[in-house]
Ligand binder design. Structure first.
Ligand code: AMO
Length: 438
């Protein structure tokens, strides 16, 4: 018999089933024992009558159960209005201990005061917390919504290598690994390969995969390994097409999350899922500086001119809400010197790329790409990268459509969606400068 899950029990009333799960609570009363069992979909009560002589060996076993042990129950599902958990209980004919749990290092049901590092050391226990389990399920739902949108729009999912021979974004943030008798690097982005897919004629591609950054920064939004939701598509006229597709993609993802988890998110995370409408406001960097100065008396530091920084992004959220009644805001007009060489510039030298800010944090960089070999070579040489990216430049020598794309940091997206304070809460297993375990 296959295991039945809690959210499916009502289809098995008066039937004999197999149920296995974690022991959440044991209540050993004078006449009866209650075990609350838990799986990833919910909780169910198992009731053992002590007066029933046939139950004698089960009663001893239940008395010895420790919290979070895993047991397997064979029993009958019955309706019982007195049961708080869905009016259903299981009356067991046999109980088997599958795995006995030792005393837990902390109470995952009450994480107040438990240090985040202790929680991460025991991440598998931390995720047993209902809220943390929900984070995983909601992120999965968000990805499902976005993936679905892309499949429906004829995108092909690709998987590019993470071991690469040359850095893809910039030399300074790359992890070097020993690769037999030479050096290799961990990919900082699928950038070059999603563009290669376009040169191969695939037209529309996306990838959801690991991205590595050797950034020694301990902020709430940086990790050394994170999940990138990246896409690239061909035959565009401008980076406006890229922004428009990103709007549709986010609307699709957030719509599904709201449908499936909107109420739960309000209840558990005290956060509203707001599905945005098109178009999101757009602002040119120069106008942004002007607005921030006039409205909030903010002056961008000299070193960041042509770019944004964490403080600007916070103010962008304020501006987006106050002036545009939006949670999102696209920023365009970045300085070419501050951006990667593969972004297209127009005839005036203006960068054809953007960042998207949501709730005060950058979630995306995107752009129309330079697909003309000569121009691309010139841009690469200007950044002193000509030799490093020689292999990549070849992709544009044998015909390549105009194209563009973007990369979303999925862990950041989930963090902002649920109003969590750090990316450590949203990465399944966090990787940062001081953390390589578990
Ligand atoms: P970028 O470097 O801006 O662009 O990265 C894309 C998005 O990834 C997220 N992100 C991070 N998340 C967690 N930890 C980090 N250290 C980290 N660094 C970045 C952010 C960011 O917006 N190739 C381009 C994308 C493209 O143009 O298609 C790129 O990698 O949310």
């Amino acid at each position: 018999m296959e295991k039945v899950y809690v959210n499916n029990l009502s289809n098995y009333i008066d039937k004999e089933i197999v149920f296995s799960g974690f022991v959440d609570v044991v209540r050993d009363k004078k006449w009866v024992q209650f075990i609350i069992l838990r799986d990833s979909t919910g909780k169910v009560q198992v009731t053992v009558e002590k007066s029933d002589e046939g139950n004698a060996s089960m009663v001893d076993l239940v008395s010895s159960l420790t919290h979070d042990s895993v047991i397997k129950v064979i029993g009958k599902v019955v309706n019982n209005e007195a049961v708080k958990l869905g009016g259903i209980e299981i009356l067991p004919s046999n109980i088997e201990i599958i795995s006995k749990a030792e005393e837990l290092p902390f109470d995952y049901n009450n994480l107040d005061g438990v240090n985040i590092d202790t929680r991460l050391d025991y991440r598998w226990l931390d995720i047993r917390n209902e809220k943390n389990m929900l984070v995983r399920q909601i992120e999965s739902c968000l990805t499902e919504g976005m993936r679905k949108y892309l499949y429906e729009n004829n995108f092909t999912e690709i998987h590019s290598p993470k071991l690469i021979g040359a850095a893809s974004e910039s030399g300074s943030e790359v992890f070097e690994v020993k690769y037999f008798d030479r050096k290799a690097y961990l990919a900082q982005s699928p950038q070059f390969y999603k563009q290669m897919a376009i040169a191969a004629g695939l037209d529309k591609v996306f990838e959801v995969g690991p991205v590595y950054r050797a950034e020694n920064s301990n902020t709430n939004r940086h990790a050394t390994e994170f999940t990138g939701f990246d896409l690239e598509f061909a035959h565009i006229d401008s980076y406006e097409d890229v922004m428009s597709l990103e709007e549709d993609l986010l609307i699709a993802g957030l719509t599904l999350v709201k449908e499936r988890y909107g109420e739960k998110i309000k209840e558990v995370f005290n956060t509203e899922v707001i599905v945005p409408t098109k178009p999101f406001p757009r602002i040119d960097l120069k106008d942004l500086y002007k607005e921030l100065h006039e409205l909030y008396n903010y002056e961008i530091p000299e070193t960041d001119i042509g770019d944004t920084n964490a403080e600007t992004e916070k103010l962008v959220y304020k501006l987006a809400q106050e002036k545009y009644n939006s949670e999102f805001m696209f920023i365009t007009g970045y300085a070419a010197t501050k951006r990667p060489f593969y972004h297209m510039r127009n005839e005036k030298g203006e960068l054809q790329g953007y960042d998207l800010i949501w709730r005060g944090t950058e979630i995306t960089s995107g752009a129309q790409r330079e697909h003309r070999y000569e121009e691309l070579l010139k841009n690469a040489n200007e950044k002193g990268l000509g030799e490093d990216v020689k292999f990549y430049l070849q992709f544009f020598k044998y015909g390549c459509p105009a194209h563009g794309g973007f990369g979303i940091g999925l862990d950041r997206l989930t963090m902002l969606l649920l109003g969590l304070s750090t990316i450590k809460e949203t990465e399944f297993i966090f990787r940062g400068p001081n953390r390589l375990e578990p």
